[in-house]
Each structure stands twice: as structure tokens, then as C-alpha cells.
Design a protein. Structure first.
Lengths: 373, 309, 281
């Protein structure tokens, strides 16, 4: 396919010490980031974390208050968008309502009469890539949400930028369409191979699309890494709680002993468990937080367990969610397959293995896992 | 169940008409009836002194051929002069007001330090009585004592004082200038309203794509504003065709600067020719109706053709 | 690279500011000049000047004592207030009917109301003259008030109707369920919500009535029923030939100052009202 971008035409992205202030509000507080050429990088985080602002700084729609932005090794800080070699797909598609699909895609390209044939060729090529060819003469208002999104993407592709920027492109679509378009975007990335920076608040999109995820919180980067890396080795409680279809359980516990094998903690209900983490700096009696994902709960077996009364049962069809109120009052959730045999008020037991556990200190920082011997 | 729903709806409709009644009554008294009377008078030879004694004379006020001479409003060169002049005035001043209004609206759309001052400054000319505008400008344009002639002579742009409001060639330009001064704020605010309804994300997309702002203006802003702009232009044009106050006060009883409304009133009140003056008034009314209808027809034709870009 | 951008931007910004200052100057200069001229009198006015020789209030005294300008101001105020008040009262009910009730002929009525606002005033002049004379209201303020309704009523009905349409249906339905009559509904539910719309509408209608000239000039010519625009237009002076420009400018200033105050105070509301009318139109 002629659209394939040769590696030299796509660029790496680097942010160095980037800050952004809106008046008194310090929205981006010192972000350092490196994105390889051809990588699909997702900025994810709760509302207000600054992910959209960061993307707009990359696009050139906002000026950074401090720091440097580099695209393809070139310092683009302070440059207007058109000189940065970026293209952007907006959440609201930002299509020109009075222009046909063809004109919308072509609008950014038209520079002169002699180039009209060239423009036409490129527009039709991109339209074919995104299956828009039968829609070229339609107006945006005659298109469905998913089709409009594809036009927005086509408009970005046709400019052959070095970096693609996506600002929550799927938020305005309904659930089924979202999944469909998500797959199309992934396929597009494989086809074109360009660097893509993608912003979303949906961690599912992040996990499924990204080569690299950047978790942002309050204008700061919490963790950067591959999706599975963030899932298995969250660096702090925030990332642990954010990544994962169901939110991780956080159970308060107390240190019984700290040694070479790990840290032994006392759970509510007096059971104890040794978690294989680095015990440096941990003292006996210190309060810590134990993290276990609902999907890692078991009905029996395990290295330790929690007992309590069932507070609620939610049948999902393929599985069920059980909510257990432990001895000290903590609500713990477990995700099990099949139908539940329990009812509200039943006494039940959640078991879990030490390998599935995470320990977080008083500041929410995860204790590093010990390397397997 | 449905029976009571129907009576419910019926009582609502009845009360609606009750609420409308006083308004409709006043409008009928102040607008409907007088208009009909005016049209009726145009077919009679009534005069102001004794308005009730009138004889039906058909289209004589409009056009009549009598002993080889044409009489009637449509045969009066003064009427045609007033008509063309009014149309010229409407065309020129509305065009200027649209362009200038666009500039002001674009400026007001951006946040800049003097924005509040600009907005307040342009509102004042619009809010004061036209008579006052005419007098103030008349004073500035006064041929002997006016400050404008004084300045122009001081800058050596003219060597003799110019009779702005009295000269048959220049008077209408003076009228245009004062009208632009007065009515641009109105156009600017209408255009501003249209500007603020435009989708903002298109402009960000344009910025990222590196499209030149001038190109964005002509290819995106103007086409998207076209319907609202059309309405504003239509309203202003209808206003301009009815112009009376400004011309009457600024250029007083000069026959070379009359508008259609001035002509009609002159016939009605100064010459006491109610029949004749009513004919002129009716013709002016017809001009306005025709313009409105053709504008409506134009928009409907465009809507059918989908107005693609 | 950066220096070049800022230089061009700076130049553009300066040019922009100059343009804005030019527009503001063009808009406000006539007032300034009228103010200056109002403080000068007699022979001083033969020579244009941008600053008065001394602050002489002679012209102001003259218009109030010799020309009864104060009376004209009161007349204008009375007419405008009455007309606006009546228009608003009538419009609320009409707006409810046109905006919230579906009935046959509603669209046509709305178009008629809009059409009336486009009438040229001369087209109804002879008919109105006959009517006013027949009612015995010629050369009186009530007669003028009646005539001015033509200008304000369609406008207030149109604007209030469009506002009425936007109001949420739930309030009306809740009052309906509570068994409120339409009158009660208007008084208790719609009127409080409509207040923010009525202020700019009333203001705009006031300005229209205050500035009206043709009807006032035709139907209320006597010195004691004259309104301000007529009074200024007919300001005569001592000599037959020369127009008394000093007193005319003084009168203009007297009329303009409250308008400027109004505009400054209600700037936002006025703009909002004008723009809302535009949008709905």
C-alpha cells in the first residue's frame, strides 16, 4: 500500500521538563517523556489530569509555560502547528459542516492549481483505505458518528504527518461502535506504522491499543510502561487502582515481620501472609495497604483468605461479582466465573495467593517485587 | 380519557386566543386599519383638510393620461428620483455597514484590552435619536462653520469649503456616512451573534492543519455565516428603504436628496394631497413587500438546492 | 525563528489597536465635538475649535427657559414609558399564546406580527391621522402613545415569544397538574422566568420609542406636547436665517448623556437582547 509511511517519515516525540500554567492553575507539572518513532502511546488518566492539555501542547494549540518539546529530534517548542508535522483527530470530529467529505479531507491540502490532480489522488487513496469512497459526496450531517470519525481520521492521514494526535476520538460513540472503531484504529496503526499519541480516559482503550501507556494524575506522570507491565507491576496505588477492568481491592494490614523472603503482614481477621517484596525500610508494626485484584480472588485454596458476610451479589452472565464485608469493615470485591452460589448475608471466604498481591506503603508507593530466584 | 384531553386542549386554545386578543386589537387599530385606509385613499382624491370627503378616482393617483400629459406618482420624475436614490442609498449604506460591521464583529469576538470600550463606544451612536445624530453631524458638516471643512482645508485636501448637506451630488454621501455611523453597531452585533454560534472545533482543526486565517475566513466562516448574514442584511435593507428621519433633518427640504418616505410625507402633509401621498406610501410599501418576498423565495430556492460548498 | 514571529505579531497587534482606536474615535468624536460646541456661544461658534474657550452654560439655560426643553423631556419620558409598559403587558400574554400553545394559524400570526414590524411608517400615516383625529387625540400625548405602539408591540411580542419557547415544559406541566389556570400559570410560573428577557426587551423598546420622529412630528407638534426629537428639530433661534447651533448642541448633549449612562450600565443586557433577537430572527 502506498500509504505506508517509511520509518524515516515518522518521528519520535520527546518532552523535557514541560510545564503549563493557566493563570494561577498549574496544570502540567514537569513532564518528561520519550516516545519512539512508530510507537502507539496512550495518555490516560482521570478527568482534569492534564492529558488533553499535554496533547494540545504537542499539537501547538497551546504554548508551554516551560520546558521543551521535540519531534523527530527537532525542537518545536514555540513553533505553530503547521511547522511541527503533526495532524490531530478531535473528540468532536471538527468537520466543516458545509463541505462534503471529499472537500473536508482535501481542504488542508489545497495549495495551488497545479497540485489539484495530486490532491485528488491522495484524497481518493485515503478514502479507500478507510472505506469512505461511497461517501465522498455526502455532507457531515448525513453521516453516522462512526463515519464522521473516519472522515476526521482520513483528514489527518492525508496530510502525511510525522505524528498523529488523537484527542479522545471514541468518547462520542456508542459502545458497539467504540469497539469497532478501536479495532480499526489498531489496524490503521499496523498499516501505516506512524507514531500515534492517543488520549483517553478509558483504561480499556489504553490497554488494548497502546504499545506504551502514560498514566497521568494532577499534571504529573505516575507511570510509563507497556500495558501488561502497568497491570502486573503498578508503581503506586493510583496506577494500581486505575488500570484493570475492575478496581483493585485495597485492604489495610499491619507488618508482622520484614525479611529476605518478603514482608509478612497481618490481615483483618488475623490471618497472615508473606508477600514477596523488597523489605528495605519496612518496620514491624508499620501499617501498609495490601492490593489484590478482584479477578485474582479464589473460592478456596490460596495462601491466605478473608472471611466475611456477603454484602451484594451481581450476576454478569459470564461470571459474577461478590462483595464481602471483612471483619474490620473493609468492602472487598471478587470477580468469579459462572453463577454465584451465595446470597446476601451468607458467610463466605475469599482466598488469594501471595504472588497476586501488592503492598503499598503509607505514601501509596508500591514495594518493589523481589526477582524470582 | 381522550374526551377530557380534547376539552383540555380546547380550553387552552381558547385561552390562547383570549390572551392574543388585546395585542391583535391594538395591531389591527394601529397597523391593519390605517394601512387599508392608506391604500383606499390612494384611490381617491382626499385632501388633509377634509379627509372624509373623498371621491373614488381609480388609479389616477398612480398614473393617468390626460390631454397628452401623464400625471400621477409614477409619472413624476421626482418620485423616480426619490425611488432610485432610496435604492442606491440602501445598497451603498448596507454594503458599507456589512463590511465595517464584520470588522467590528471580528474584533469583538477576540478578547483584547479595549473590547469593553469598543462595545460601549459603538452602542452609543445607535442608541441616540436619529434627529440628534443628524444635528450633530450637520453641525460638523456645516459648510461655513463645520469642523470637517476646517480640518480638510487645514490639511490642504480642499481649497474651498464644501457644502456637504446642500450640494445635490454630495448630500446623499453625507447621508450615507451618518447612516453608516449610526447603523454599523446594529449590524456588528447581529454578525457577532452569528460568529459566536459557529462551531469552534473547526478552527482548531484548521490551525493544526496550518490553514491560513484569511483562507479560513473566506472558505469556512463566511459560508457558515451566510444564512444569518443574509437575514441581517435583509433587515437592514428594509430599514434603509424606509429612511425618513435622517434625510429630513440632515438635508431638510432639499428635493435632490429626498427618499421615497420623505416624498410621500411631503405630498401628504406639506401639500395636503392625501390621495397622491397615499399612492406614494402604498408604492413604497409594495417595494418592501416585493423585496421581502423575493428574499424568502431566494432562501427557499437555496434550501432546496442544499447549498453545498 | 522566535524573534521573527514576535516582531510580525507585534506589528499586527499595533495595527489592530490603531484600527480599533480609529473606530472608537469615529464613533465618539461627534459627541465630543457637540459637547465642546455646547459650551460656546454667539460669535465663538464661527470658528471651529476642539476645546471651548470657557465653560459657558448659556446654551443649556436657553433651551430650558426659552424653549421649554424640560417639558419635551418629560413628554418623551411619558410616551416611551407608557408605550413600553403597555407593550410588555400585552406581549406577555401574547407570547404565552404564541409560544406555548399549539393552534391553527399560529405560524401565520407570527409572520403577520413580523410583517407589521417592517411597515414603513408613512404607509400608515394617513390612516393613523384619520383615526387619531377621529378619536380626538390629535396633538395629544395619548395619541402619540397609540401611534408608537406600532413600533414597539411587534418587536416585544416577537422577542418574548422566542424566549417563551425556550422555557422548559416541565414547569408548565407541573403547574397544570396542580390545577392552575392559564392566567395563574403566566403570573406565577412564566413571569418570574421571563424577567431577565423583559429587561433588555423593554430597554430596546424604550430606545425605539424615545427616538421616534415621524409620528411625533406629524401628530404632536404643539410646543407643550412635543417630544425631544421634534423639539430639537424645531429649535429656532433669534435670527431667522442662522440656526442656533449652540443651543442645538446643548440639547443634543442633554439627550445623549442619559443614553450613554444607560448604555454603560446595561451594556451587557443590551447586547444580549440585540443578539438574542438576531439569533431568533
Amino acid at each position: 500500500m502506498r500509504i505506508e509511511t517509511p520509518p524515516s517519515a515518522t518521528a519520535s516525540v520527546e518532552l523535557r521538563g514541560v510545564h503549563k500554567r493557566f493563570g494561577a492553575q498549574h496544570v502540567i507539572r514537569g513532564v518528561d517523556l520519550q516516545i519512539e518513532a512508530g510507537e502507539f502511546c496512550v495518555f490516560v488518566g482521570p478527568s482534569g489530569c492534564g492529558k488533553s492539555t499535554l496533547l494540545r501542547l504537542l499539537a501547538g494549540l497551546e504554548d508551554a509555560s516551560a520546558g521543551q518539546l521535540l519531534i523527530g529530534g527537532r525542537d518545536v517548542t514555540g513553533l505553530p502547528p503547521k511547522e511541527r508535522g503533526v495532524a490531530m483527530v478531535f473528540q468532536s470530529y471538527a468537520l466543516y459542516p458545509h463541505m462534503t467529505v471529499y472537500r473536508n479531507i482535501a481542504f488542508g491540502l489545497e495549495t495551488g492549481r497545479r497540485q489539484r490532480a495530486e490532491t485528488d489522488r491522495r484524497v481518493r487513496e485515503v478514502a479507500q483505505l478507510l472505506e469512505l469512497t461511497p461517501l465522498l459526496d455526502r455532507l457531515p450531517k448525513e453521516l453516522s458518528g462512526g463515519q464522521r470519525q473516519r472522515v476526521a481520521i482520513a483528514r489527518a492521514i492525508v496530510r502525511e504527518p510525522q505524528v498523529f494526535l488523537f484527542d479522545e476520538p471514541l468518547s462520542n460513540l456508542d459502545a458497539t461502535l467504540r469497539v469497532q472503531t478501536r479495532i480499526e484504529i489498531a489496524r490503521l496503526h499496523r498499516r501505516i506504522g506512524a507514531t500515534m499519541v492517543y488520549v483517553t480516559h478509558d483504561q480499556v482503550e489504553a490497554m488494548t491499543l497502546a504499545d506504551k501507556i502514560v498514566v497521568l494524575n494532577g499534571g504529573k506522570v505516575e507511570q510509563v510502561g507497556a500495558p501488561l507491565q502497568l497491570y502486573h507491576q503498578p508503581r503506586n496505588q493510583f496506577v494500581a487502582g486505575f488500570i484493570g477492568a475492575q478496581r483493585m481491592n485495597f485492604i489495610p494490614c499491619r507488618v508482622l515481620a520484614a525479611g529476605a523472603a518478603g514482608v509478612a503482614v497481618e490481615l483483618p481477621g488475623q490471618e497472615s501472609l508473606t508477600v514477596p517484596v523488597d523489605a528495605a525500610g519496612i518496620t514491624t508494626g508499620q501499617p501498609l495497604t495490601l492490593g489484590v485484584r478482584p479477578e485474582h480472588m479464589r473460592g478456596d485454596g490460596g495462601d491466605a483468605s478473608l472471611t466475611g458476610l456477603v454484602e451484594a451479589v451481581e450476576e454478569l452472565g459470564e461470571g459474577h461479582l461478590l462483595y464481602l464485608r471483612s471483619a474490620d469493615g473493609t468492602l472487598v470485591s471478587g470477580h468469579f466465573s459462572g453463577a454465584s452460589g451465595c446470597r446476601e448475608g451468607d458467610l463466605t471466604r475469599f482466598a488469594f495467593y501471595e504472588d497476586a498481591c501488592h503492598l503499598f506503603d503509607g505514601d501509596g508507593v508500591a514495594l518493589p517485587r523481589l526477582a524470582r530466584g | 380519557m381522550s374526551g377530557s384531553a380534547r376539552t383540555l386542549a380546547r380550553t387552552r386554545v381558547r385561552s390562547a386566543w383570549l390572551f392574543l386578543a388585546p395585542t391583535l386589537l391594538v395591531l389591527a387599530a394601529v397597523a391593519g386599519w390605517p394601512l387599508l385606509r392608506t391604500v383606499w385613499f390612494s384611490f381617491t382624491d382626499a385632501d388633509l383638510a377634509d379627509i372624509s370627503s373623498d371621491r373614488f378616482i381609480g388609479l389616477a393617483n398612480y398614473l393617468e393620461h390626460d390631454q397628452g400629459e401623464w400625471y400621477g406618482v409614477l409619472a413624476d420624475p421626482q418620485w423616480w428620483g426619490a425611488a432610485w436614490r432610496t435604492i442606491w442609498f440602501a445598497g451603498v449604506s448596507v454594503s458599507l455597514e456589512t463590511v465595517l460591521g464584520m470588522v467590528v464583529a471580528l474584533a469583538l469576538n477576540v478578547r483584547f484590552r479595549l473590547r469593553g470600550l469598543l462595545r460601549a463606544a459603538i452602542l452609543v451612536p445607535w442608541a441616540i435619536p436619529t434627529v440628534v445624530s443628524a444635528k450633530m453631524w450637520g453641525w460638523m458638516l456645516n459648510d461655513q462653520f463645520g469642523v470637517i471643512n476646517h480640518l480638510l482645508m487645514g490639511l490642504h485636501l480642499i481649497d474651498q469649503p464644501v457644502a456637504w448637506t446642500a450640494s445635490p451630488t454630495l448630500a446623499m454621501w453625507a447621508v450615507v456616512m451618518v447612516d453608516v455611523w449610526k447603523a454599523t453597531p446594529f449590524m456588528a452585533l447581529l454578525i457577532l451573534a452569528a460568529l459566536q454560534m459557529l462551531p469552534t472545533d473547526c478552527y482548531e482543526a484548521g490551525r493544526v492543519d496550518g490553514i491560513h486565517p484569511v483562507r479560513m475566513f473566506f472558505r469556512v466562516t463566511l459560508p457558515l455565516m451566510a444564512p444569518a448574514l443574509g437575514v441581517a442584511v435583509l433587515f437592514r435593507t428594509l430599514d434603509a428603504l424606509r429612511v425618513f428621519d435622517l434625510i429630513y433633518v440632515l438635508t431638510s427640504n432639499s428635493n435632490s436628496s429626498m427618499s421615497m418616505a420623505v416624498y410621500a410625507r411631503q405630498q401628504l402633509v406639506d401639500f395636503q394631497e392625501v390621495g397622491y401621498g397615499s399612492a406614494a406610501s402604498t408604492l413604497l410599501f409594495l417595494v418592501i413587500v416585493m423585496l421581502t418576498l423575493s428574499a424568502l423565495a431566494l432562501t427557499r430556492w437555496r434550501a432546496d438546492g442544499e447549498g453545498r460548498a | 525563528m522566535k524573534a521573527r514571529i514576535t516582531a510580525a505579531r507585534l506589528l499586527g497587534r499595533i495595527g489592530f489597536m490603531l484600527l480599533m482606536l480609529a473606530i472608537i474615535g469615529f464613533a465618539l468624536f461627534p459627541f465630543y465635538y457637540a459637547l465642546v460646541s455646547s459650551f460656546r456661544s454667539g460669535g465663538e461658534l464661527f470658528q471651529p475649535a476642539l476645546w471651548p474657550e470657557h465653560f459657558d452654560l448659556r446654551n443649556y439655560a436657553q433651551i430650558f427657559t426659552q424653549q421649554a426643553f424640560g417639558r419635551s423631556l418629560l413628554n418623551s419620558l411619558a410616551v416611551a414609558a407608557a408605550v413600553v409598559g403597555a407593550s410588555l403587558v400585552l406581549s406577555v400574554g401574547a407570547a404565552y399564546a404564541l409560544g406555548r400553545v399549539r393552534f391553527r394559524g399560529r405560524g401565520a400570526l407570527l409572520l403577520t406580527v413580523l410583517g407589521v414590524s417592517m411597515f414603513p411608517q408613512v404607509a400608515v400615516l394617513s390612516g393613523l391621522f384619520e383615526l387619531i383625529r377621529a378619536l380626538g387625540l390629535y396633538d395629544t400625548l395619548p395619541g402619540l402613545m397609540l401611534a408608537n405602539m406600532l413600533l414597539t408591540l411587534p418587536f416585544t411580542v416577537w422577542v418574548l415569544t422566542t424566549f417563551m419557547r425556550e422555557l422548559p415544559k416541565e414547569l408548565e406541566e407541573a403547574a397544570f397538574v396542580d390545577g392552575a389556570s392559564p392566567l395563574r400559570m403566566i403570573w406565577r410560573v412564566f413571569l418570574p422566568l421571563l424577567w431577565p428577557a423583559m429587561v433588555p426587551t423593554g430597554l430596546l423598546a424604550f430606545i425605539v420609542a424615545w427616538n421616534e420622529f415621524l409620528f411625533a412630528f406629524t401628530f404632536a407638534l404643539s410646543p407643550d406636547v412635543r417630544t425631544v426629537p421634534v423639539a430639537i428639530a424645531l429649535l429656532g433661534g433669534g435670527s431667522a436665517q442662522e440656526l442656533p447651533w449652540g443651543p442645538i448642541m446643548a440639547a443634543s448633549v442633554v439627550v445623549t448623556l442619559p443614553v450613554i449612562a444607560l448604555v454603560l450600565l446595561f451594556q451587557r443586557k443590551l447586547v444580549a437582547g440585540l443578539m438574542a433577537g438576531a439569533v431568533k430572527g
